[in-house]
Design a protein around this ligand. Structure first.
Ligand SMILES: [Zn+2]
Length: 49
């Protein structure tokens, strides 16, 4: 059962921003799945409130 490549990508789960939960487009960066709006907050130390 071969699946068309475009259908294969459609079945992939959408990435969601780890911060705000917004759907993030697939990107080949080394960051965790975070949307552009939250990238500014990445530099904040984790665990600090
Ligand atoms: Zn976000």
């Amino acid at each position: 059962m071969l699946i068309p490549i475009n259908e294969f990508f459609r079945t992939l789960p959408q990435k969601c921003c780890a911060k705000c939960g917004e759907v993030v487009e697939e990107q080949a960066d080394c960051y965790t799945t975070i949307c552009e709006n939250c990238h500014d907050f990445v530099t904040y130390p984790i665990g600090q409130k």
